[in-house]
Design a protein around this ligand. Structure first.
Ligand SMILES: [Zn+2]
Length: 511
C-alpha cells in the first residue's frame, strides 16, 4: 500500500468515526437490540423456544378454484411452534381451517441419532417418517426447518456478532413507519436486512431470501411485534410473514417459554413410526412410496397421502401428477427407475395446480420429462417451473445452472381434450370444470385398462359419503361417455367403478 493510499484510509476512518457520533453503526444497532431483548448472555443461554396458543392466518396454500383467483386466507388456531436451537430440531403443530377443509397437523423435524428425520402426524392417517425435505406443512411456514434459520433469537445474535462496525445504518420505511436499517451476512452466507425500532431499540423486522418449496426464491419479510417478557428476556409474540410483498402467515401467540424440558415429548419418534424413521435415517431421500399394479401397463405410485398414475408405453412412460414434495418426487423417480429401468418418463401430466399436488413437478422437469399442462393451469405451473431455487438449490436449479447447462424438461400446454397414444396404449386427458374444488380438474383416463385417475373429487375405495364432488364426477364420466371399470385415487387406493357409484349416491333421506 502506498503512503497516499494509507492516508486516504486514515481519512476515511476518521470520517467514519466522527459520523458514529450522529448515526449509529450497524453493529451498535444490533448490539442495542440484543441488550433491549435482555442481553447477549441471556439470549445465548436460550436452548429452545416454545411459542404457544397461536391464532392467525395462512396464505400461499395454492388452493384456489381458478388459477388466477385471489387467494383467501386459511385460519390457524392452537398453533404451537417449537425450535430447538441446540439440536436443530423444530416442530409445527396447528389446526387449519381452509374454507371448511379442517385438519389437525403436526410436522416434526427431529433426529434419530445424528440424522435428521421428518415425522408427520395428521388426523387419523398413519404416522409416517420421511427425510428432512419430505415434510409438507400448512402451518406458519411450509416446513419446520424454516424455524431453525428464521427465529428471532438466532437472527439477533448473528446480527450482533456480524453486523458491520463501520457501516452506518440507513433510514428505511416499513409499513408507513421509519426504522434504522442495516444488513448482515450470516455465517451460512445469507444476506439479511434488519429493521431496528429507533425508540424501543428492538429488532422490528428482518428480510431475507427464502426458497419456498413451490414458489422458489422469494423476498421474505418477518415482522415482529408485541415483545413481552419471557424468562428474563423479551421476545415478540406476534409474527407476520410476507413473501414477495404478499401476506403469507400472521400468528399471535398467547405465550412463549424457553428452555422447557417438555419439548422432548414433541420430538419423540412415536412407536408406530420407529421402523420407518430408521429407514429414513439410513438414506438420503425417503418418503413412503409403493408402486401398485392397476392392470397391464397401468400402475398407481402410492405415496403416504398423494399419488401418481403411471401409464407404460412400449418405449417410455407417461405419468399423471408428481405431488407433495421434491423428496417424494425423488423417491418416485427412484422407484420408477428400479421398476422400469429401460423406460424414460416422457410426459408428466398435471391433474390440477393445488400446491399439495405439484411439489414434485420440478423434479420431473429436472429428469427431462415434458410437463403437460392444461392451458387454464399455466398461470401457476409455468412460473413454478421457471422460478429459481437457490437456498438450497433443488435438482432443477442445479441442472439448469450447471456449466454447461444440462438438458431439462419443458412445459407443453394444451386446450381441451389431449390424447397420448402409442403402441396400443393411450392416456386421455379431459379438463372438466369442478367449481366446488377446482376449475378445471383434468380427469386422466387410461383407456386400455378402463381406469380413471383423479385426486380430491372421490377417494377410492370408499363405499359411501362421496358427497357432491363424487356426484359431479359420476355425471362428468357419463357425459364424457367413458367406460370406467377401475377408479385410481390421487388420494387413497384403487377401487371398482361399482363401489364409486355407491359412494356417489346421494345419502338416503333421514325421514
Ligand atoms: Zn385439490
Amino acid at each position: 500500500m502506498s503512503l497516499g493510499h494509507r492516508s486516504i484510509v486514515i481519512l476515511l476512518s476518521a470520517f467514519a468515526f466522527s459520523a458514529c457520533s450522529t448515526t449509529p453503526t450497524a453493529r451498535k444497532l444490533a448490539q442495542d437490540s440484543v441488550a433491549a431483548m435482555g442481553g447477549a448472555e441471556k439470549l445465548t443461554a436460550i436452548k429452545n423456544i416454545t411459542m404457544k396458543d397461536g391464532t392467525g392466518t395462512r396464505l400461499r396454500l395454492g388452493q384456489m378454484v381458478k388459477a388466477t383467483d385471489q387467494e383467501a386466507p386459511a385460519d390457524l388456531k392452537n398453533v404451537v411452534d417449537i425450535v430447538d436451537l441446540v439440536n436443530r430440531r423444530a416442530s409445527l403443530d396447528y389446526e387449519l381451517n381452509n374454507r371448511g377443509f379442517m385438519q389437525h397437523r403436526h410436522e416434526i423435524l427431529t433426529r434419530l441419532g445424528d440424522k435428521p428425520v421428518g415425522i408427520e402426524i395428521v388426523g387419523t392417517r398413519p404416522i409416517i417418517a420421511t427425510t428432512a425435505g419430505g415434510l409438507f406443512s400448512w402451518g406458519s411456514q411450509d416446513s419446520p426447518e424454516f424455524l431453525i434459520r428464521r427465529n428471532v433469537v438466532s437472527i439477533a445474535i448473528a446480527a450482533a456478532d456480524s453486523a458491520s462496525e463501520t457501516e452506518q445504518a440507513q433510514d428505511k420505511e416499513l409499513n408507513g413507519k421509519m426504522y434504522k436499517y442495516a444488513s448482515i451476512k450470516t455465517k451460512s452466507g445469507e444476506d439479511v436486512g434488519l429493521y431496528f425500532d429507533p425508540q424501543s431499540k428492538m429488532l422490528a423486522a428482518y428480510e431475507v431470501v427464502d426458497t419456498e418449496p413451490i414458489l422458489g426464491d422469494v423476498q421474505a419479510q418477518y415482522i415482529l411485534s408485541d415483545y413481552k417478557p419471557v424468562n428474563g428476556v423479551s421476545l415478540p409474540h406476534h409474527i407476520t410473514i410476507r413473501k414477495d410483498g404478499k401476506d403469507y402467515s400472521d400468528v399471535q401467540f398467547a405465550s412463549i417459554s424457553t428452555n422447557d424440558p417438555a419439548i422432548e415429548q414433541a420430538f419423540a419418534i412415536p412407536d408406530s413410526a420407529q421402523e420407518e424413521a430408521t429407514k429414513a435415517a439410513a438414506t438420503d431421500e425417503y418418503s413412503p412410496m409403493k408402486i401398485v399394479k392397476v392392470a397391464t401397463g397401468v400402475y398407481q405410485a402410492a405415496g403416504y397421502s398423494h399419488n401418481t398414475l403411471i401409464v407404460e408405453y412400449p418405449q417410455w412412460l407417461a405419468l399423471v401428477d408428481s405431488p407433495y414434495t421434491e423428496t417424494q418426487g425423488k423417491v418416485l423417480w427412484r422407484a420408477i427407475q428400479e421398476q422400469f429401468p429401460k423406460k424414460p418418463v416422457k410426459y408428466v401430466a398435471v391433474s390440477h395446480y393445488h400446491y399439495d399436488h405439484i411439489g414434485g413437478l420440478r423434479m420431473a422437469a429436472a429428469m427431462g420429462a415434458t410437463i403437460l399442462v392444461a392451458k387454464e393451469h399455466e398461470p401457476i405451473i409455468r412460473p413454478l417451473l421457471e422460478a429459481r431455487h437457490t437456498h438450497p438449490p433443488d435438482e432443477l436449479d442445479k441442472r439448469r445452472n450447471a456449466q454447461p447447462a444440462e438438458q431439462t424438461g419443458s412445459i407443453e400446454t394444451y386446450e381441451g381434450k389431449k390424447v397420448i397414444a402409442e403402441g396400443g396404449q393411450s392416456l386421455e386427458l379431459y379438463p372438466v370444470s369442478f367449481p366446488e374444488h377446482v376449475d378445471p380438474m383434468v380427469l386422466a383416463y387410461a383407456s386400455s385398462a378402463h381406469a380413471l385417475f383423479q385426486p380430491d373429487l372421490y377417494t377410492p375405495p370408499a363405499l359411501a359419503n362421496g358427497g357432491p364432488t363424487a356426484q359431479h364426477l359420476l355425471k362428468a364420466i357419463k357425459e364424457l361417455n367413458l367406460k370406467v371399470d377401475t377408479m385410481v385415487g390421487g388420494h387413497g387406493g384403487i377401487g371398482t367403478f361399482a363401489d364409486f357409484v355407491k359412494a356417489a349416491a346421494p345419502p338416503a333421506s333421514s325421514n
